[in-house]
Design a protein around this ligand. Structure first.
Ligand code: FES
Length: 170
């Protein structure tokens, strides 16, 4: 995926697979404001529109919303996860824990978010990779796609957990 930011906080989340023959296109060239596919020379605009062939169509886009300050939400069809909100009991742990299971994608950074209620802001919370370790990690990433279990301390009697993809600005 490529996420481009245009003037006035116009964001574009684009499938990085070229619409010609599925090569991975380059990141936006900041000097030309264009996206190149060097496989066969297709060129796309910042919003994925086709500028030049042989691709005959635009890069496909993902629906997104931006809250105007710091939250960008991108909907990726088929990228789902389930959270197994099972309590983990361990003699070593004074605080009850919750295990979150999901399927991670290769080289994607994930964070665990928690909000006490839907009208509260979500915050990043620490996790561990085993039921017994101290929850002191904040970013999960793996070199291959995998089924992952993360363990968080249950510090509130109720609330909502989510797994978020962490994005960094290039
Ligand atoms: S795959 Fe991109 S131009 Fe052919």
């Amino acid at each position: 995926m490529i996420i481009n930011r245009g003037p006035n906080n116009a964001f574009y989340a684009l499938n990085s697979r070229c619409s010609h023959q599925s090569c991975i296109v380059e990141a936006l060239d900041s000097s030309t404001n264009l996206i190149n596919c060097f496989c066969h020379g297709s060129i796309f605009a910042i919003d994925g529109r086709r500028i030049a062939g042989p691709a005959s169509s635009a890069l496909s886009k993902y629906a997104l919303t931006f809250d105007g300050s710091n939250l960008l939400e991108i909907k990726i069809p088929g990228l789902g996860y389930t959270i197994t909100a099972s309590s983990v009991q361990s003699a070593d742990q004074a605080i009850p824990r919750i295990r979150l299971d999901f399927r991670s994608l290769r080289n994607v950074d994930y964070e665990v978010l928690f909000r006490e209620s839907l009208d509260k802001e979500a915050t990043v919370i620490p996790f561990s990779l085993t039921p017994a370790d101290t929850a002191d990690q904040t970013v999960f990433s793996a070199p291959t796609s995998a089924s992952v279990s993360l363990f968080v301390d249950r510090t509130s009697p109720s609330g909502f957990y989510s797994i978020a993809v962490r994005l960094t600005e290039a």
